[in-house]
Design a protein around this ligand. Structure first.
Ligand SMILES: Nc1nc2c(ncn2[C@@H]2O[C@H](COP(=O)(O)OP(=O)(O)OP(=O)(O)O)[C@@H](O)[C@H]2O)c(=O)[nH]1
Ligand SMILES: [Mg+2]
Length: 341
């Protein structure tokens, strides 16, 4: 793989890059006999098309790449449907006149090309049809999920969701707390489907803990939308546990990004406990951080070694108890954070 860095005041509307850079990349692509050039940004359909023409190779942008990774990782029916929906929607915006030049390329974007406008019109109709079908199926699954969640809420069990940047260690922590066997790996988006499991926390009783999809810088908007129903688990939780990779150089930016997405999905008002994970990888860390009222705001742990997990359980109990008391005294015990669907 060859990497090219470019600095620009603002993206060029036709090519994203300046013409000099485009020529440089074209030469490199030819020299290395590349069949794909990947851009770590979101390209507009026009930019992508122009670049493909100039570079004479397939061009993938950040959204397409993330979608491809999501496609490989999705396991549940809902996850798979959501990924397919997002892929089709991404594709639909790119299915325009001029697409046919791709056909000449070996291995190009396969099923997306077609001879002329007629084919494009046909593809477009097929896509629209499939999109409609997927939406309907997702709606049904979504309703089932809601019913399950409501049943849980009635049983007066706390719902706690692990959220955070991809690779922060959510699944590892989930496993450590529930002794489950959620898939963990040193890769982006190891988890795509929300997994929930009951576990017992001293002082707070039984809780339902959910492991969720990780967030990433510049997550395409269409994906946030696609994963909204998965993430509703987070929106409707009693408490969010925001897991942070304390050893990551960009950890503050990652925290900001996660907060931004939480706001976008309507979860900004859900109480949140920060958990700085992977402290085995850093020199020194406090054990907990409290606000001026003594409430634990952040806990420092290592999900891998188990360091600090007792503090985390204590913090969960401390944060959950007042919520239970509040629930008991309010007229509508199942009142939750408002979600609009
Ligand atoms: N050193 C160290 N590594 C950890 C710790 N917790 C998790 N990891 C590693 O970090 C990597 C990512 O862990 P996951 O639990 O898969 O992370 P995740 O947040 O679930 O990631 P996504 O599902 O992709 O969002 C794995 O290689 C873990 O072994 C920890 O406390 N210390
Ligand atoms: Mg995970």
């Amino acid at each position: 793989m060859h990497r090219v860095l470019a600095r620009r005041e603002r993206p060029d509307s036709a090519f994203f890059l300046g013409s000099g850079k485009v020529r440089e990349i074209a030469a490199l692509a030819q020299e290395h006999r590349a069949d794909t050039v990947m851009f770590d940004v979101a390209l507009s359909p026009v930019q992508q098309r122009n670049l493909e023409r100039e570079l004479a190779v397939a061009v993938l942008d950040r959204t397409a790449l993330i979608l491809a990774i999501f496609g490989q990782r999705a396991k549940s029916r809902e996850g798979k449907l959501q990924v397919e929906l997002a892929q089709l929607e991404h594709l639909a915006t790119r299915l325009v006149r001029g697409w046919t030049h791709l056909e000449r390329q070996r291995g190009g974007l396969g099923k997306t090309g077609g001879p002329g406008e007629k084919q494009i019109e046909l593809d477009r109709r097929q896509i629209a049809h499939r999109v409609k079908l997927l939406r309907e199926r997702l709606r049904t699954l979504h309703k089932q999920r809601r019913t399950q969640r409501r049943a849980r809420a009635r049983r007066d069990v706390f719902n706690v969701s692990l959220v955070g940047y991809t690779n922060a260690g959510k699944s590892t922590l989930f496993n450590a707390l529930t002794r489950a066997d959620s898939y963990t790996a040193d890769q982006l988006f190891a988890t795509l489907d929300t997994t929930s499991r009951r576990c017992f926390v001293d002082g707070a009783g039984e809780i339902v803990l959910s492991d969720t999809v990780g967030f990433i810088r510049g997550l395409p908007h269409s994906l946030v939308a696609a994963f909204k129903s998965t993430l509703e688990e987070a929106v409707e939780a009693d408490l969010l546990v925001h897991v942070v990779d304390a050893s990551a150089g960009t950890r503050d930016a990652q925290i900001d990004e996660v907060d931004r997405v939480l706001e976008e999905i309507g979860a900004a008002d859900v109480p949140c406990l920060l958990v700085f994970n992977k402290i085995d990888q850093i020199d020194r860390a406090p054990s907990v951080e409290r606000d001026p009222y003594g409430t634990i705001r952040a806990v420092f742990v290592s999900a891998a070694t188990g360091l600090g997990l007792e503090n985390l359980r204590d913090a969960l109990a401390q944060r959950l108890l007042p919520i239970r008391d509040l629930g008991a005294s309010s007229a509508e015990p199942n009142a939750r954070v408002g979600v609009t669907v």
